[in-house]
Design a protein. Structure first.
Lengths: 316, 272
């Protein structure tokens, strides 16, 4: 099992390196280098050349990549042009919003989707099943940022229960911060829940016909115990896979939802960097988000080992 | 016909999709009002009060904007998926024919592309080449390539093990010819189903991009930007935030239902 984890870890590092190389190369290939973005179009060629030299842009691509990577590995992500501060600090600050937001959203979608999916499978073609089928059709089709707008209309402008946006920070109390994250997290969770529910339903349906579930029933276990103790754990692998696959979309949704709710997260930072053409921040945030996605897929691989004892046994 | 009766979702999906396509095409020749005409005296009128679906903050007719938005959204998404599907399928069948190290390299590369959400690659592109329809199309297409490459590779690899392909290899046919004559026709159904489903995803992404101002530039109406503009008037004019979102949801739902139905229709063996 240790060997397997080490192998996956090596794969993770290779993928991360490749992603960073590709992002770096793409940023380099695109027209307009950072120096000309900073100076604008009116700068004289001499000024441009001077700044390029100062920023090290006159060195070959491979040299700059290694220098940049060495910096990143030491926590030096470069300096933001617009904020004039190290990007690492900016990202760390914004993560304290985006990470809790994503985690709460995942939690809500799992809590919503798994029971609904299991019930739908249990009462196949019954009322629950029809309702959950409808729910998944609708929730997959609605954009998270639109759900965010609807939630603001309902809970903020109409009922006045929850804040329409902004973030008070964690220093001002966990309660207020969580309240500010609640609506955005629900907006992010709803589209995810539809997909997860669908996968849970079909996975449970498949497992329910297996011999071991029949055995569990035959030995006198109640339907609930047979379902939750024997069928559901065996149906979890596709659900966890989907959770990992959906993470990319969760991140994309977070970029939009943070903008709807004016949350100072990583997605909002990317958006601000875009409008100010702050290329260094842009590059780092994209790298960071991609690393998160890759890391999540790695964790999903590890989760397989926890869920499925056969995988653990197979590699011992 | 009996298929339609057995699969009501397919029928619903087909009707929704055809209706939207019809509205989008109609918008090219006729809209109730010119979608960019501003009539400030009629601004922020609710539905039915001025025009069928009311007006926005500049007094522009919402119904007309939604119709043109349908065309902009559908055509951008269609171009993006067409580009992504063509490239991805090409890569997929090529790799299936060659196999070996190429397969590992290409699949690893797909993992990399997959790790960057399309919204972010569009922002990255936008930071350099500016935002616009081209940026949106490229960003969505880039994300679609690995989707189709993976699907095609796994489907085509199965075809390559079939007896009739073995026979063709035995007869000395070259791999390019086998790909065109045997592989592509046998995986076409799966690709068509995937195109339908990815179109829905492309519409969602396009809406997100134009919501962030990375889609078609104003004054061209897009569903995403209508939502973005509506944010300022959530309390005053909630219908401005409701209607474009409803249009997006309907379009995506229609395409998803159509895709599910097509899967049942084209591949009766697969029960999912």
């Amino acid at each position: 099992m240790i060997a397997l984890i080490v192998r996956r870890l090596a794969g993770l590092i290779v993928t991360l390196l490749l992603v960073s190389a590709v992002i770096f190369a793409v940023m380099d290939l695109l027209p307009g280098d950072p120096a000309s973005v900073i100076l604008g179009t009116s700068a004289s060629p001499d000024t441009l050349a001077a700044l390029q030299k100062e920023m090290g842009l006159d060195r070959p691509l491979a040299v700059r990549y290694v220098a940049w990577l060495a910096g990143v590995l030491q926590g030096d992500f470069g300096r933001s042009y617009t904020y004039g501060v190290p990007v690492a600090g900016l990202i760390a600050e914004r993560l304290s919003v985006t990470v809790p937001l994503a985690l709460i959203a995942i939690l809500i979608s799992v809590v919503l989707a798994i029971p609904l999916g299991v019930q739908a499978a249990r009462h196949q073609n019954g009322g629950w099943d029809v309702f959950s089928g409808l729910f998944s059709h609708v929730s997959i089709a609605v954009p998270a940022f639109w759900v965010g707008l609807l939630l603001i209309i309902l809970f903020s402008t109409t009922l006045g229960w929850l804040p329409a946006g902004g973030f008070p920070g964690w220093a001002g109390g966990v309660g207020a911060a969580l309240m500010a994250l609640l609506l955005p997290a629900v907006a992010l969770a709803l589209p995810q829940a539809g997909v997860l529910m669908r996968v849970t339903r079909s996975a449970v349906l498949e497992v329910m016909n297996e011999d071991f579930v029949r055995t569990a029933r035959a030995k006198g276990l109640s339907e609930q115990t047979a379902l939750w103790r024997h069928a559901v754990p065996n149906a979890l692998i596709p659900v966890v896979t989907m959770l990992g696959l959906q993470f990319t979309f969760l991140i994309a949704g977070a970029v939009l939802v943070e903008n709807v709710f004016n949350l100072p997260g990583l997605g909002r930072l990317a958006y601000q960097a875009l409008s100010q053409r702050d290329v260094v921040v842009m590059q780092d945030v994209v790298l960071f988000f991609s690393a998160l996605v890759i890391l999540m897929n790695f964790l999903v691989d590890l989760a397989y080992l926890l869920i499925d004892p056969r995988l653990r046994a197979g590699v011992r | 016909m009996s298929f339609l009766r057995r699969h009501p979702t397919f029928l619903v999906g087909l009707v929704i999709t055809l209706a939207l396509v019809a509205l989008a095409l109609l918008s090219l020749v006729w809209t109730p009002m010119p979608p960019t005409r501003m009539q400030i005296i009629h601004k922020l009128k609710p539905p039915m009060a001025h025009g069928l679906l009311g007006t926005d903050q500049f007094g522009r007719d919402v119904a007309s904007m939604l119709m043109v938005g349908a065309w902009n959204s559908l055509s951008t998404s269609l171009l993006a998926v067409a580009l992504g599907a063509t490239l991805g399928t090409g890569v997929g069948v090529l790799v299936a024919a060659i196999r070996g190290v190429t397969e590992t390299v290409v699949m690893r590369f797909c993992d990399i592309i997959f790790a960057v959400p399309p919204i972010l690659s569009a922002m990255l592109l936008g930071a350099f080449i500016g935002s616009g329809r081209f940026t949106a199309i490229i960003a969505i297409a880039v994300f679609m390539v690995p989707v189709f490459a993976r699907l095609t590779l796994s489907a085509a690899s199965q075809i390559w093990t079939r007896d009739y392909v073995m026979a063709a290899i035995g007869m000395g046919r070259n791999r390019a010819k086998i790909t065109v004559v045997h592989v592509l026709p046998n995986i076409a159904n799966q690709i068509i189903v995937q195109v339908t489903i990815q179109l829905g995803l492309a519409i969602l992404t396009e809406a997100g991009l134009s919501f962030l101002g990375l889609g078609m530039p104003p004054p061209a109406p897009t569903w995403g930007r209508m939502l973005s503009d509506a944010q300022t008037f959530l309390g005053q004019a909630p219908w401005l935030a409701l209607l474009p979102g409803l249009a997006i949801a309907l379009a995506v739902m229609g395409l998803n239902m159509l895709g599910d139905g097509l899967r049942d229709l084209l591949d009766p063996r697969d029960p999912s």
